[in-house]
Ligand binder design. Structure first.
Ligand code: DC
Length: 235
């Protein structure tokens, strides 16, 4: 797939927490020369903004208060250079690993369940993908954000495999990590993500299901290539 293709498709990568969605979505974007957008980072940025404002119970805000909060704390993306993938920003300041902190992880599902938060962030995500040429990962990308996406992938893996991967990632970044706490947190997040009223996480009917419990990143790319090729070759 080295020849530039004038057709610029949308690739939606959804799935459970800590399944390697971002690694996979990033690899697909690199292969196609597309933008990679981490939609979860946007929910994490709103959560971080709330925590910084001393709000530990997002449900304590009324709909109007939350709307006002979102107007005052803008979440977006910036690409430092044309060679780099966009990075999530809060009030135009790029965010780093602070959005992966356990305090953010513990509250983000509650924030992502709030309808006004979803409405606002989904609109931004749709604008980012309006020209095509985007790989976006999240929970509702294939169902809600880009129902027209040419390739939709839904990733899953065994909970213990996912907890170990997240643990290893956090340790490698020097972040505080506790395996059992991570496992409990991701089971809880999956439950909230799957059972919330607003845009619950579930595979789109036309999604390709990928269980990567015992697959390497290279094997996952190998698996998806024929689907990408097919989508790119269709009129
Ligand atoms: O992918 P992640 O772990 O960074 O996602 C953080 C949280 O945001 C997680 O609880 C699911 C939620 N989320 C969502 O509801 N919709 C998305 N499109 C992306 C993430």
């Amino acid at each position: 797939m080295t020849t530039p293709n004038p057709k610029r498709i949308l690739v939606a990568v959804d799935g459970l927490s800590s399944c390697g969605k971002s690694t996979f979505a990033r690899a697909i974007a690199a292969e196609l020369g597309y933008l990679y957008i981490d939609s979860g980072a946007m929910y994490r940025a709103v959560t971080l903004a709330l925590l910084r404002a001393g709000i530990h119970d997002p449900a304590s805000l009324s709909v109007n208060e939350m709307e006002e909060f979102l107007r005052q704390h803008l979440v977006g993306f910036t690409a430092p250079t044309a060679m780099q993938q966009p990075q999530v920003t809060l009030d135009r300041t790029p965010l780093g690993d602070e959005i992966r902190h356990p305090d953010v992880a513990a509250m983000v599902s509650q924030v992502a369940a709030i309808p006004v938060v979803r409405t606002r962030l989904v609109a931004t995500q749709q604008a980012l993908g309006a020209q095509g040429g985007v790989t976006m990962d999240g929970r509702d990308i294939g169902q809600v954000v880009f129902p027209q996406a040419e390739v939709k992938i839904f990733m899953t893996a065994r909970p213990e495999v996912r907890a170990q991967r997240r643990y290893d990632e956090m340790v490698s970044k020097g972040l505080p990590a506790d395996y059992q706490q991570i496992l409990d947190n991701l089971n809880e997040r999956d439950y909230i993500d799957q059972h919330r009223e607003c845009n619950p996480m579930r595979p789109a009917p036309d999604a390709i299901i990928l269980d990567n419990s015992s697959m390497t990143p290279a094997e996952q790319l190998e698996f998806i290539r024929p689907y990408l090729r097919q989508a790119l070759s269709q009129g």
